[in-house]
Design a protein around this ligand. Structure first.
Ligand SMILES: [Zn+2]
Length: 108
């Protein structure tokens, strides 16, 4: 289990592993592991250790926590680009690359 926990996607707070007991009626089914934000309390999904190791549970919970939706990148306004005689228009590729770069997306 080597996966680092990223910061909270909501508040930027620190994250930690946590767990709670799994019960059903009078029965006990081990524990569920999840990641939670120390600041705002939001959580990843819970992964039960019923039938798998604690390390595997933490790995799956960390993967869920660390998953990030692709950022929304606002592209620059459409501009005439290139030869006017071509009669078409397109985004300026340099402007698109700059917009992606400023959103923190690697473009190389
Ligand atoms: Zn948070």
């Amino acid at each position: 289990m080597s996966e680092e926990l990223g910061e909270c996607p909501h508040c930027g707070g620190a994250a930690r592993f946590a767990k709670h007991p799994e019960t059903y009626g009078q029965g006990s089914f081990g524990e569920s592991h999840f990641v939670e934000c120390e600041c705002c309390g939001c959580r990843s999904k819970s992964v039960s250790d019923y039938g798998q190791t604690t390390d595997r549970c933490k790995e799956l919970a960390a993967a869920a926590w660390n998953r990030r939706a692709a950022p929304v990148v606002e592209l620059p306004e459409t501009e005439w680009f290139g030869n006017d005689d071509a009669g078409g228009f397109a985004y300026d590729p340099d402007a698109i690359m700059a917009a992606l770069s400023s959103a923190g997306i690697k473009t190389e």
